[in-house]
Design a protein around this ligand. Structure first.
Ligand SMILES: CC(C)(COP(=O)(O)OP(=O)(O)OC[C@H]1O[C@@H](n2cnc3c(N)ncnc32)[C@H](O)[C@@H]1OP(=O)(O)O)[C@@H](O)C(=O)NCCC(=O)NCCS
Length: 160
């Protein structure tokens, strides 16, 4: 893991944010990467990958290099205090400083998904989510498709 983090930190324009309070309580990292790589095998169908790549590149001003928000994590005992939102916001800002959209893979039933919706991310893949008072709901529509074995998977893009 240390080697993995070192490799990420040495990438050009990479960001690593840490929340320190009596030790490390949370982290978030991301870096610019080709949209096609970011989607990679997470979407098994070529036609769907192509469709999403087109949408993302259009959102990204024609460029295929987006900012991939790769990992966000907060220690269980530190959760629910805004740290996760802070880290996500930092990664979106990093992408925006570089003039890039930020991309996040998550699951519709994970805490991160409503955070992305609240921050105005556009959902581009998976079971469509929509905000409602006090939470969110699934609209019943599917955006582009779903993964055959991980149908909860959703992909979000934050504006550049
Ligand atoms: C996702 C994660 C980073 C969120 O961190 P966090 O510090 O708890 O997030 P925040 O305190 O900023 O809370 C964000 C929102 O989620 C809500 N929330 C927090 N914990 C929740 C829970 N267990 N269930 C439902 N909602 C929850 C909060 O109410 C808040 O929304 P609100 O301010 O509109 O009420 C954290 O849950 C985590 O590390 N999860 C495991 C790793 C993971 O799933 N990472 C994401 C994939 S890479």
């Amino acid at each position: 893991m240390i080697r993995h983090i070192d490799a990420i930190a040495s990438r050009r324009d990479a960001s690593l944010h840490i929340i320190k309070e009596d030790g490390i309580q949370g982290f978030g990292w991301g870096y610019p990467r080709d949209v096609a790589d970011f989607i990679g095998s997470s979407i098994p169908y070529k036609s769907q990958r192509r469709a999403i790549k087109e949408v993302l590149c259009a959102m990204n001003g024609g460029s295929n290099i987006a900012f991939g928000a790769e990992e966000v994590g907060v220690r269980p005992e530190f959760r629910g205090r805004g740290a996760g939102k802070f880290l996500i916001l930092k990664l979106v800002e990093d992408g925006q400083r570089q003039g890039r959209i930020s991309l996040v893979w998550t699951r519709w039933d994970a805490v991160l998904a409503p955070i992305c919706l609240n921050f105005g991310y556009t959902q581009v893949y998976g079971p469509e989510m929509c905000l409602r008072e006090g939470g969110f709901e699934l609209t019943g529509q599917i955006l582009v498709g779903t993964h055959p074995r991980m149908s909860e998977r959703v992909l979000f893009a934050a504006p550049r």
